[in-house]
Design a protein around this ligand. Sequence first.
Ligand code: HEC
Ligand code: HEC
Ligand code: HEC
Length: 127
Amino acid sequence: MYNKKYVIVGIIVFVALFTTPFWLGGMGGGEYTRPAIELPKGEKECVEPVEYMRAEHMQLLNEWRDEALRNESRVYVSSTGKKWEISLQNTCMKCHNNPKEFCDKCHISNSVYPYCWTCHIQPKESK
Ligand code: HEC
Ligand code: HEC
Ligand code: HEC
């Protein structure tokens, strides 16, 4: 007969392996590969604290789109009370003006491929 203890250990190992992608995926913790990316020069801060941006920029962009399209609101008030224009192109990409060395580099190393640039204009590399 099987030993109950081993069966339980087996189940625990199985559950742990099975759920690894979820907790490595960072459940809001932003635990993913972060290659050497090019941060904006001459700017110190993003629209929200950097840890939040690292973990939640996708959700923030979704919110921005919904605000702009459904609620026709083009003003975002950050957690520090600063106002920003809701615009992928005029706000995000104005600072992050080398998306190849920023957005794309990190996405490629994490095998994520957002489809935004088929419609939105991606700035050319600033070399
Ligand atoms: C005013 C300039 C500015 C704007 C506008 C801006 N960013 Fe940032 N962003 C920065 C800076 C500077 C950092 C690095 C901050 C740090 O390291 O403390 C940063 C960091 C980030 C990071 C984290 C990178 C890392 O270090 O892992 C992400 C992701 C990001 N921004 C995405 C966005 C998105 C998406 C938008 C638009 C919603 C946006 N940013 C708008 C300047 C900006
Ligand atoms: C430091 C790494 C990093 C940087 C820099 C970064 N991203 Fe991301 N981004 C990710 C990761 C990782 C995901 C996937 C997260 C997930 O699925 O939970 C992602 C997902 C997204 C998504 C959602 C796509 C999808 O299929 O779910 C969008 C949109 C996005 N990023 C836009 C941007 C834009 C625009 C920039 C540049 C301004 C940027 N990101 C910079 C790491 C990064
Ligand atoms: C099929 C075309 C299409 C695709 C693909 C697309 N968008 Fe958009 N998006 C639009 C249009 C059209 C608007 C409305 C522009 C306006 O009213 O100024 C918009 C508006 C937005 C806005 C708010 C206003 C602005 O100008 O930035 C954000 C933020 C946004 N999209 C983010 C994204 C992100 C992030 C992705 C990729 C995950 C994406 N979009 C993919 C067509 C698209």
